[in-house]
Ligand binder design. Structure first.
Ligand code: ADP
Ligand code: MG
Length: 222
């Protein structure tokens, strides 16, 4: 693994079983991402993008292969270890999954910072500013509009300045204004050396990325 490698996935397999049916969601996916690199993961619905991101984040456990984050193995470690690695190294932007709906936006951010061991009290404010959601800081996440939720989720995902951001179709359900805001924030992040992996159908995001990886039936095809 080279020095600036932020994430390395080696030969990931993930199978799902439902009754007689077996789905081969990932079949030997390998990838490496370096500091400051933006990688777009493309591929049709059902090709394994979300499964791959969940395995990279340690939210799901692959059936084969392994994931290394900032030099530490994530795979086949206890959940507590995975949670700590995740909190310290990874920002996660997955359709509404990182918002606790009964907490205010600011408290959601505080929680994420606490999990990562960040004690700098100005971090909440900068996270709110960065995603332009400061005016809704006190609102419960469950009471936000779709676009506001997307911004709040972005504020949380980036609050710890994670070396790696994993985003699952972040522009899938948002309005144009939120999409261009998201692109600006991601661009700033790239300039400051953060690595990003984005699953997306957006041609604009794919062009903007340094590298595209195309999945088909759980395999990398280009
Ligand atoms: P994508 O994000 O590219 O649309 P997914 O990773 O969500 O693809 O899904 C890959 C394949 O795995 C699909 O065939 C999907 O139906 C299947 N799959 C995903 N999650 C589960 C699950 N929890 N149980 C069973 N099958 C699943
Ligand atoms: Mg998906």
């Amino acid at each position: 693994m080279s020095a600036s490698s932020v994430l390395r996935a080696h030969d990931l397999y993930r199978f799902y079983h439902a009754g007689e049916e077996e789905t081969l969601a990932l079949r030997g996916v390998s990838l490496e991402v370096h500091a400051g690199e933006v990688v777009a993961i493309a591929g049709p619905s059902g090709s394994g993008k979300s499964t791959l991101l969940a395995c990279l984040a340690g939210l799901d456990e692959p059936d084969g292969g392994n994931v290394t984050v900032a030099g530490a193995r994530m795979t086949r470690r206890p959940e507590s270890v995975r949670a700590e690695l995740r909190a310290r190294h990874i920002g996660i932007l997955m359709q509404s999954e990182n918002l606790l709906m009964n907490l205010s936006v600011a408290d959601n951010i505080r929680l994420q910072l606490a999990l990562a061991g960040v004690t700098d009290s100005s971090a909440v404010h900068s996270a709110l500013q960065r995603a332009e959601i400061g005016h809704r800081a006190g609102a419960k996440a469950g009471q936000l509009s779709g676009g506001e939720m997307a911004r709040a989720a972005l504020a949380i995902a980036l609050s710890t300045n994670p070396p790696l951001l994993l985003a699952d179709e972040p522009t899938g359900e948002v309005d144009e204004e939120t999409e261009s805001k998201l692109l600006r924030v991601l661009d700033d992040r790239r300039k400051s050396g953060g690595a990003t992996i984005i699953a997306t159908h957006s041609e604009a995001l794919m062009r903007w990325a340094d590298r595209n990886i195309k999945l088909l039936d759980g395999r990398v095809i280009e």
